[in-house]
Write a protein that binds this ligand. Structure first.
Ligand code: ZN
Length: 371
């Protein structure tokens, strides 16, 4: 068995613009940190460039009209109709090359899924994937091509059951919508409550429809939620749900924007939550397709993804350069000089308020899903 890490220097160098928070170079930082900590280049690991996806595969997640619009935008055309497809001056700017770039990022997730299904691989990580906000005909939230929906639709043609677990701070709205009526896909998203944060959806009541009723699970958490509360809800709700469903493949969107340092969100997690969640997921399913996602504190995001890769491969990170180099070689040294964060918890009336809100959510979900 081997594992595949999808990476391309060319894709990681793609630039959304100096003022845009989305920085593909996080993937490069993650790969560099993996090397520094000795968790890359082992015999069973394959480092591979994502392949471009042909139009026929992109149609597994998007409409013909949208793809054609995106292709024209990618060639440098600017036209009024692109606005109705979500492409415009703000979150999803009309970037030259965006069609090819997004299509290749999706190629990693798609090919990774096929490798898992064919049976000779059991761990995939595509830090250049995880675009959970891209809708069939609308770009949104920095996402243009929904690699996750494409890969899961591919898998459904192979008659397998998929759990999609989304730990990004934002609700995985477009993935939810794609499989809302589907009983072969278990969708679980833990995210900062839509009362406070984009995309303003993902309430606990959204739980699937038709034969998909009960297969969508949303766990909104209040701003300032810390590791203690987050892990409690993960263990009490998510763990039994995934065990009960018994997926053939687990797709994990490992957005790292729930960290306390993230500039776009209000959660207060450390990467200790991240470590525990990835370790637990690894114990729940033999085949894991992990993707990147949000993460706007780029060095701490790179640390999360280094830890995720190490845990998924059962290898222990050790700092090969400790004592040899310092300074800014890999970025701010204090942020990459160790991989794990110091524990952090909040206390006092604010914590009590969060606990009360989460007790209600947990009670609701236990009843709703007969846990
Ligand atoms: Zn996010």
């Amino acid at each position: 068995m081997h594992s595949i890490f999808y990476y391309s220097h060319e894709l990681a160098r793609y630039d959304f613009g100096a003022d845009h928070p989305f920085k593909p170079e996080r993937a490069q930082k993650a790969l560099e940190l993996c090397r520094r900590y000795g968790v890359m280049d082992q015999q069973h690991m394959i480092l591979k460039g994502p392949p471009p996806l042909e139009r026929e595969k992109l149609l597994l997640g998007h409409s013909e009209d949208y793809l054609e619009t995106l292709r024209r935008v990618g060639q440098g055309e600017i036209f009024k109709e692109m606005l109705s497809f979500g492409i415009g001056p703000e979150d999803n700017p009309p970037l030259r090359g965006i069609y090819d770039w997004s299509g290749k990022c999706a190629g990693g997730t798609w090919e990774g899924m096929v490798a898992l299904l064919e049976g000779d691989t059991d761990i995939i990580f595509n830090p250049l994937g995880g675009f959970h906000h891209a809708f069939p005909s609308r770009a949104s939230g920095f996402c243009y091509i929904n690699d996750i929906v494409i890969a899961i639709n591919e898998a459904l043609n192979h008659k397998v059951k998929i759990t999609y677990m989304d730990i990004d701070a934002h609700h995985g709205d477009a993935v939810q919508e794609a499989f809302y009526n589907e009983d072969r896909v278990q969708f679980i998203s833990i995210h900062e409550s839509g009362e406070y944060l984009y995309p303003y959806s993902g309430s606990v009541e959204e739980s699937g429809d038709g034969k998909g009723e009960g297969f969508t699970v949303n766990i909104p958490v209040p701003p300032k939620t810390d590791d203690e509360v987050y892990l409690e809800v993960f263990h009490r709700i998510v763990l039994p749900l995934i065990r009960g469903f018994g997926p053939d493949v687990l797709v994990a969107q490992l957005g790292a924007d729930s960290l306390v340092s993230d500039p776009l969100t209000d959660l207060m997690l450390t990467n200790n939550s991240y470590i525990e969640i990835v370790r637990t997921l690894k114990g729940l399913c033999g085949k894991i397709l992990a993707t990147g996602g949000g993460g706007y504190d780029i060095y701490r995001t790179a640390r999360c993804w280094t830890l995720a890769w190490a845990i998924l491969n059962d290898v222990e990170p050790r700092d090969e350069f400790a004592g040899l180099v310092g300074g800014m070689m890999f970025g701010p040294e204090m942020e990459v000089g160790s991989l794990s964060d110091r524990p952090y918890t909040i206390t006092g009336p604010e914590k009590d308020k969060i606990r009360r809100a989460m007790d209600r959510t947990i009670k609701f979900l236990i009843k709703r899903h007969h846990l």
